[in-house]
Design a protein around this ligand. Structure first.
Ligand code: SAH
Ligand code: SF4
Ligand code: F3S
Length: 440
């Protein structure tokens, strides 16, 4: 059989990265090898994101670029997958008439079948975007990434929260959890393959298990994975503050392999805004959870997401967001200007904030966070930290690079045979995006 090639361009979050891996895996079974060069591909897929307008624009511009390849190479199949594919469905063909397929978020398991139909010219264009009660691609095993020692494992997909700004529940469907035993089996298998670090993935991992008959909970899953031999680090993302249980908080002090890092998106520091976002907690609730986390695990690294310029956000609300940041001092923060999304409730809200003001607020917020990030990193100077060595440093090319348990990058002198090993490094300097260390 003649070998064919597939190129997948991934935009968006870890869920999409996972889905791209799964598509590559499935197409591998159909005789397609993955290539990094779209110019030599027989199938090109843009795995899209729609969380903000900027992400959508990126997908459109990529599709524009691939138009030329499509014109040059007869038989080249061009498709879109992911959240924007789910959003537009077959309308995508109107926007990009040279597109051959649209594969929705619940349909990636159909990819080989779709491609085969297109190649045999059974149909000229195919769009598959229906939702399913259970997304069977959830069960396609994770492939180890970052060499052989780190892997992402999807534990659930979809979201039931419907925060008023967010398009994700409309595009990923309702929450669905994978059975606990399947996840444990998968992590055991990864461990046998040499994986030492797993990151558990879901839009809202705290509500893991609610759709399963025996209703396991997320903390139970963490304890189960904490008992798997060879797994030395467990991470997870994303946690929703309203569902962060006391048991999970306590687990930070009890499961030795659970990394002391939590990504806990707060989105705003004003109760009025949080209410309009439908987040289900107050700023006071959030502060209490942070205090409890710091009590259970004094060194815990706390990162968050923040939106500026949500409809109705006044100067005073924004000031409260800055105040929350000053009080909590996040180790790192991902911040975004509010972006209007089709189908979401906030679109119809009054008080949309002008772009210029959103941009100004974002700039102020990011400058404050930079101070905090640097302050937090510098506070680690003089400490000895455990690092999992990932490879050579991207910054210098000579040094080795590792990750601390708090997910910080640390560069240090060492030899390449350390890759995949845990080392202890004392921190000698700190910058905005990395630490400098010395092997002990
Ligand atoms: N499930 C996760 C993350 C979802 S998307 C959670 O609940 O936290 C990642 C981040 O994108 C969100 O935390 C939010 O800060 C941001 N985001 C989502 N929709 C947005 C929008 N319409 N405009 C700007 N930022 C948005
Ligand atoms: Fe979006 Fe909210 Fe669900 Fe996160 S919890 S995916 S922000 S609706
Ligand atoms: Fe984007 Fe979909 Fe992820 S909208 S952030 S790719 S869930």
């Amino acid at each position: 059989m003649e070998e064919k090639k597939i190129y997948i361009h991934t935009l968006g979050c870890q869920m999409n990265v996972q889905d791209s891996q799964k598509m590559a895996f499935l197409m591998g079974g159909a005789g397609y090898r993955e290539t990094k060069n779209p110019g030599e591909a027989d199938v090109i897929i843009v795995n899209t994101c729609s969380v903000r307008e900027k992400a959508a624009q990126k997908a459109y511009s990529l599709l524009g670029r691939f138009r030329e390849l499509k014109a040059e190479k007869q038989g080249l199949i061009l498709g879109v997958a992911g959240c924007l594919a789910q959003q537009h469905g077959d309308q995508f063909f109107k926007m990009f008439p040279y597109l051959d397929m649209v594969v929705g978020t619940h349909r990636i398991d159909m990819l080989p079948e779709i491609v085969s139909s297109l190649r045999q010219s059974k149909r000229r264009r195919i769009s598959e975007t229906g939702f399913r009660d259970y997304v069977s691609s959830l069960d396609i095993p994770a492939q180890p990434v970052c060499g052989e020692f780190s892997a992402f494992v999807t534990i659930m997909q979809g979201c039931n929260n419907f925060c008023t700004y967010c398009v994700v529940p409309f595009l990923r469907g309702r929450e669905q959890s994978r059975p606990l035993a399947d996840i444990v089996k998968e992590v055991e298998e990864l461990s046998r393959q040499g994986v030492q670090e797993v990151t558990l993935l879901g839009q809202n991992v705290n509500s893991y298990g609610k759709t399963l008959p025996d209703r396991p909970d997320f903390t139970g899953l963490l304890y189960a994975i904490g008992g798997i031999e060879g797994i030395r680090r467990i991470r997870f993302t994303t946690s929703h503050p309203k569902d962060l249980s006391d048991e999970l908080i306590a687990a930070f002090g009890k499961i030795p392999t659970l990394c002391d890092h939590i990504h806990l998106p707060v989105q705003a520091g004003s109760n009025r805004v949080l209410k309009r976002m439908k987040r289900g907690y107050t700023v006071e609730d959030y502060r209490e959870k942070i205090a409890a986390l710091r009590e259970a695990s004094p060194d815990i690294t706390i990162t968050s997401d923040m939106i500026v310029g949500f409809p109705g956000e006044e100067e005073e609300d924004f000031e409260q967001t800055l105040q929350l940041m000053r009080d909590i001092r996040f180790d790192n923060l991902f911040s975004f200007q509010y972006s209007k999304r089709e189908g979401t409730a906030a679109l119809a809200f009054d008080g949309h904030v002008p772009e210029k003001i959103k941009a100004e607020r974002l700039k102020i917020l990011q400058a404050l966070q930079e101070e905090h990030t640097l302050e937090k990193n510098r506070a680690l100077i003089g400490r000895t930290l455990e690092a999992l060595v990932e490879g050579t440093s991207r910054k210098t090319g000579d040094d080795m690079q590792g990750r601390t348990r708090s997910h910080r990058i640390v560069n240090f002198e060492g030899s390449p045979d350390l890759v995949g090993k845990m080392v202890r490094v004392s921190i000698v300097d700190a910058y905005m995006h990395s630490l400098k260390g010395k092997i002990e």
